[in-house]
Design a binder for this molecule. Structure first.
Ligand SMILES: Cc1cc2nc3c(=O)[nH]c(=O)nc-3n(C[C@H](O)[C@H](O)[C@H](O)COP(=O)(O)OP(=O)(O)OC[C@H]3O[C@@H](n4cnc5c(N)ncnc54)[C@H](O)[C@@H]3O)c2cc1C
Length: 367
């Protein structure tokens, strides 16, 4: 019986666990996660404005373990030793035949302790609850979003929706260190997003950064970048600046260790795969099948990514994106984003919770 350990019960880890657990009798699958729940990250910004309740975005890993029949350990992984094939958690030392690192990414504060202590972030549902509580119960004059990427834009539009619903004023500003928001995205998309932000009175300040601020009057939401968890940062292997581990064409770091989702740096046609739910799931599936092939002694299959596209959802339903190669603007991409969210989230209760939030919590808001 081969022992397989999966670090992380997010999109990639759970997909791998689901596939591998079908081989019960041949493999013993253990999933380790530092949280009790698997959290649905893409809908977290919508908790702020649209009224989707955070409780509908998390699902107990224990229940998934019972459904798919894998073992679950709630613990934080501190270290791995690739030579001795050992995983060290806060309370245990575990050996494996195959390891899947699926530990995602977390907010990067770039060493700024003041920001780390005082800013809000969106790494998990607990963060979303804290942020929502502060927006509802504390009056700020200024709302600063550090970082003009997808998440920053989504959060800014949801904040404006929340303030409008509460009939409160407040200056909402995106602060971006680079010369423009949305990094390498196409020009038409940037124009569309900037026009929409102007419509929502969201200011954008580029070539600027946040060093210190008055946290009583200003709410800072930090969405300026991510990094991989500490146990990966400490691993001696090739990584990109975010700490994502470079993997081979089979998603491996070595013959017994696969890395998937946000934790993996997968180069494809001289480009690299962005961090996204679809790639985490496809990676999970591919890594699980390659582990099965490794056990059987058959040749592994190269990972060939299929890019379904991406969407920048904005809370006034003027979203934009590219789906199956088509450039889309307005309500249709908004709808497609939420169809993806409902489809991918676990459990009927959570799916209905998202639908309810969208229908009664501001889903029809349009400026
Ligand atoms: C606010 C927000 C909005 C987003 N919106 C979209 C979107 O609209 N579309 C899209 O495609 N993508 C979106 N993303 C990105 C997407 O969520 C990620 O790419 C995806 O979650 C990556 O999946 P993963 O399986 O690699 O990791 P995750 O889903 O992040 O799961 C990682 C798991 O590992 C666990 N873990 C981490 N460290 C340890 C440790 N040391 N020990 C034990 N367990 C650990 C974590 O608790 C977590 O459960 C968004 C992300 C955020 C934060």
């Amino acid at each position: 019986m081969k022992k397989i350990i999966i670090i992380g019960a997010g999109f990639g880890g759970l997909e791998a666990a689901r596939i591998l657990s079908k081989r019960r009798g041949e493999v013993e699958v253990t999933v380790i996660d530092k949280k009790e729940t698997s959290d649905f990250l893409p809908t977290m910004p919508d908790c702020i404005g649209r009224g989707i309740r955070p409780q509908y975005l998390s699902y107990p890993i224990k229940a998934l373990a019972a459904k798919f029949r894998f073992s679950f350990i709630r613990d934080e992984v501190n270290k791995i030793d690739l030579q001795s094939k050992t995983v060290f958690t806060a309370t245990a030392t575990l050996n494996y035949d195959f390891l899947i690192i699926a530990s995602g990414s977390e907010t990067n504060f770039y060493g700024n302790e003041d920001i780390q202590k005082n800013a809000y972030k969106l790494d998990d549902v607990a963060d979303a609850e804290k942020l929502l509580d502060a927006v509802k119960n504390r009056g700020f004059d200024n709302y600063i979003i550090g970082g003009g990427g997808y998440t920053g834009v989504e959060v800014a539009t949801n904040l404006r929706l929340a303030l409008n619903k509460m009939k409160r004023s407040g200056r909402v500003t995106i602060i971006e260190r680079a010369a423009d928001i949305l990094g390498p995205l196409p020009a038409w998309m940037k124009v569309y997003v900037k026009d929409n932000l102007k419509r929502l009175s969201v200011e954008v300040s580029v070539n600027s950064s946040v060093d210190k601020m008055d946290h009583q009057k200003t709410m800072l939401i930090w969405a300026a970048g991510v990094k991989t968890p500490a146990f990966i940062q400490n691993l001696q292997t090739e990584k990109n600046p975010q700490g994502r581990i470079r993997v081979d064409e089979y998603l491996r770091l070595n013959e017994s260790c696969f890395v998937i989702g946000d934790a993996a740096y997968f180069e494809y046609k001289k480009n690299y795969l962005r961090m996204a739910v679809q790639f985490a799931i496809f990676h999970g599936r591919a890594a699980a099948k390659n582990i099965i092939r490794s056990i059987k002694g058959t040749s592994l299959k190269k990972f060939e990514p299929v890019d379904l596209g991406y969407i920048i959802p904005m809370a006034n339903n003027r979203s934009c994106g590219t789906v199956f190669g088509l450039n889309l603007k307005g309500f249709l991409p908004t709808m497609l984003h939420f169809i993806m969210c409902i489809y991918r989230s676990y459990g009927l209760k959570n799916k209905l919770g998202i639908i309810k939030g969208l229908l009664i919590g501001g889903g029809r808001w349009r400026i």
